[in-house]
Design a protein around this ligand. Structure first.
Ligand SMILES: Cc1cc2nc3c(=O)[nH]c(=O)nc-3n(C[C@H](O)[C@H](O)[C@H](O)COP(=O)(O)O)c2cc1C
Length: 190
């Protein structure tokens, strides 16, 4: 049995919807449980993170960075960093924004760096870029063409219902991929 935890912040529900799609993908893998943890509740869940096999970090992009509440979670995780409590756990990340680009890559770099500081094993998206040729469209998986992690986007004047189905399918892919890696890997001896 493996346990995937998705830790996320969402100010207006968009990143939460993506987080749910990531969890759906993970629970579609046999012998896998997925737990969603909003950073607002993190103080009740540090133990749950300690026994996770994989942690997927998700934040909206605000002002070209992860949102402030997610950054507060990152800073609070320094108490785990001191003892390298998440070392060798699998990690992955996602960020949602209003613009197609929106400087999301900076947020992804923050998520990746967080995982690396914790000594985790980063799993990228593992998909070729979609929507980048004359045959492509917004319906493609990975329509925003990321490799490091999952990038999703929806209009700033619409709610989570406007998130393209292709982005949610790409989110399910990430959850599935992380769950498969978590199941497949042997624990690394210290
Ligand atoms: C304070 C703030 C800053 C934002 N900065 C950016 C930004 O830098 N780039 C971008 O594309 N969208 C930006 N947005 C739009 C959000 O990324 C977008 O509305 C997203 O869907 C919010 O996700 P959430 O509902 O999970 O909070 C910003 C929104 C807010 C509230």
């Amino acid at each position: 049995m493996s346990k995937v935890v998705i830790v996320y912040h969402s100010g207006y529900g968009h990143t939460a919807a993506v987080a749910k799609a990531v969890a759906r993908g993970a629970t579609g893998v046999a012998d896998t449980t997925a737990q969603l943890i909003a950073v607002a509740d993190i103080d009740k869940h540090w133990d749950g993170l300690a026994d996770a096999d994989a942690i997927i970090f998700g934040a909206p992009t605000y002002m070209g960075s992860v949102s402030a509440p997610f950054k507060a979670f990152m800073d609070a995780s320094s108490k785990i960093w001191f003892s390298q409590g998440w070392k060798d756990k699998i990690a992955a990340g996602f960020t949602h924004s209003g613009s197609q680009g929106g400087d999301k890559y900076n947020s992804m770099t923050q998520l990746f760096t967080l995982a690396m500081q914790h000594g985790m094993l980063w799993v990228g998206l593992g998909l070729m870029p979609g929507n980048n040729s004359s045959k492509g469209s917004n319906a493609d998986l990975n329509r925003l063409g990321s490799s490091t992690g999952l990038l999703t986007q929806s209009n700033v004047d619409q709610g989570a219902e406007a998130i393209p189905a292709s982005d949610l399918r790409t989110a399910e892919h990430l959850g599935r991929r992380v769950a498969e890696f978590a199941l497949a890997r042997e624990p690394v001896a210290a």
